[in-house]
Ligand binder design. Structure first.
Ligand code: HEC
Length: 254
């Protein structure tokens, strides 16, 4: 009995400690950036995400556990389309999605930080964090690349989507924390110069990228969901057959 109580208490603790479950965990960030709406069944969105990823991210971030071929097969993109539109590194269709930049060089160029492998990193930080990160860049002349980020202060990553999103200024206000200390708190963004997309279109681009990265961090989920639906359907059918079988068996007893 004591063991059962311990297990229940541990489970409750784990659930409450998870920011996604605990009340108020990330609410402020979600108020500012909104919640990402990923639909793994939306192949068109995932395909667009793949296109943006190879164009804007793969030059720095590898996805070294994924092969172009696997991505193309999963997302329904033909081999010719993949070679013409997704592979810019001179690699082959069956190759891994690696970066030609040497790791040591990357580290030197990006303030001592290596751009992480996105197939594993996104699995660790979750799609919502990437969504917020890509929407949180603002102009800051004190930084080497001229930008800073609300979600990852003093980040070493340049704002690679600035042409699409445009330049934003971050407005801060002074706030007193629980201990009465004054601190700078983010209030809102102000558009300084618009990019080629409006806010809604930029959100869609970021959603496509994040959706693709969520797929990349766990490619089996596409197949797993399909199998899951099949299994549920099979169980339902089996349930109906079992029910009628039961009626048949008990017919003579009653
Ligand atoms: C010019 C190189 C470069 C490009 C291009 C680039 N990044 Fe980055 N990225 C970096 C570096 C460097 C870091 C490490 C930043 C740090 O830790 O401060 C990083 C970090 C990240 C992180 C981790 C953030 C976190 O909270 O830990 C994510 C997610 C990310 N990049 C996504 C992207 C996406 C998506 C694209 C394409 C739209 C992209 N990056 C394009 C250099 C790049």
């Amino acid at each position: 009995m004591k063991m059962l109580t311990n297990i229940i208490l541990t489970l409750l603790f784990v659930l409450c400690a998870n920011p996604a479950w605990s009340a108020g965990g990330n609410n402020h960030a979600q108020d500012v950036f909104g919640k990402v709406k990923i639909d793994m069944g939306n192949k068109a969105s995932l395909q667009r995400g793949a296109k943006y990823f190879v164009n804007y991210c793969l030059s720095c971030h590898p996805a070294q556990h994924s092969r172009y071929k696997r991505v193309a097969d999963d997302l329904g993109i033909s081999e010719d389309m993949t070679v013409d539109n997704l592979i810019f590194t001179g690699q082959k269709f069956a190759d891994l999605m690696t970066v030609s930049m040497r790791r040591e060089d990357a580290k030197k160029w990006f303030l001592g930080v290596n751009p992480p492998d996105l197939s594993t990193h996104v699995r660790a930080i979750g799609p919502q964090a990437v969504y917020e990160f890509l929407k949180a860049f603002y102009v800051d002349d004190a930084r080497p690349f001229g930008v800073n980020n609300i979600r990852l202060p003093n980040t070493a990553m340049p704002h690679v989507l600035v042409g699409l999103q445009g330049q934003k200024k971050a407005v801060f206000r002074m706030d007193t924390d629980r201990n009465g200390r004054e601190q700078k708190k983010f209030s809102e963004f102000e558009l300084m110069q618009s990019g080629t997309l409006d806010e809604k279109e930029y959100d869609q681009v970021v959603t496509d990228i994040v959706g693709f990265l969520a797929y990349l961090s766990e490619p089996a989920q596409l197949v797993r969901k399909k199998i899951g639906i099949g299994v549920l359907f099979f169980l339902a059918l089996l349930g109906v057959i079992a029910y009628f079988l039961k009626l048949e068996f008990w017919k003579d007893v009653h």
